[in-house]
Design a protein around this ligand. Structure first.
Ligand code: TMP
Ligand code: MG
Length: 212
């Protein structure tokens, strides 16, 4: 695997409902790329390690209430604060595997009463646009078989159904919808092939802006 100085890495985002296997598959993908000596780094949103991320964490774990608009802006700010680091890595040729991104931001807030998709998109407008979104699709009954929801905010079936509807309204040409109702190994093989094919195609492409 050879690359010239100017080749950039790919920005690859995982989205999908709870229990669809996003986190497991992100980890498997990072391992695959490392094994192939392709520079790679993992991100996840919310990134709970920053000061903003700690506020989000206390909100999600029901330790603190935050007004709905305000917490939407915190989730977005949590992405923006990582953008400089993401850009430096991408431009240096590192592929980023990202567990959730602005699509989760919009889909979750827009599932609340009184929020439009359009309003929800605005704060994330201009973020680095992913080269590929891998949307892991799992029917609610198949997801339920994989375990119960935890105790965090948003982990209720009726709310998650609204979230899934919103995800489908956000699909774009660079999304791939993947049927996640298969074994971990089969899913990892399928995703690995898609990602290994994607990385060489972005090398000379500029990083675009999301939703503008
Ligand atoms: P996690 O389980 O992947 O850590 O995500 C925590 C929760 O935060 C999950 O229910 C999805 C939600 N979320 C938002 O509401 N807005 C966002 O922008 C993101 C990234 C996640
Ligand atoms: Mg969770």
């Amino acid at each position: 695997f050879s690359r010239r100085m100017m080749d950039r890495g790919a920005l690859i985002v995982f989205e999908g409902c709870d229990h669809s296997g996003k986190t497991t598959q992100c980890k498997r993908l990072v391992e695959l790329l490392e094994q192939k000596r392709i520079p790679v780094q993992q991100f996840r949103f919310p990134d709970r390690t920053t000061a903003i991320g700690q506020m989000i964490n206390s909100y999600l774990s029901n330790k603190q209430d935050i007004e709905d608009h305000a917490v939407h802006l915190l989730f977005s700010a949590n992405r923006w604060e990582l953008v400089p680091k993401m850009k430096v890595l991408l431009e240096a040729g590192t592929t980023l595997i990202v567990d959730r991104y602005a699509y989760s931001g919009v889909s979750f807030t827009a599932a609340k009463e009184g929020f439009s998709i359009d309003w929800c998109k605005q704060p994330d407008c201009g973020l680095p646009r992913p080269d590929l979104v891998l949307y892991l699709n799992l029917r609610p009954d198949a997801a339920a078989k994989r375990g119960n929801f935890g105790n965090e905010r948003y982990e209720q079936t009726d709310f998650q159904a609204k979230v899934m509807k919103n995800f489908h309204l956000l699909k774009e040409s660079y999304w791939k919808e993947i049927d996640a109702d298969k074994t971990e190994d089969d899913l990892a093989a399928e995703l690995g092939e898609i990602v290994l094919n994607c990385i060489p195609t972005v090398r000379e492409r500029p990083i675009e802006k999301l939703w503008c």
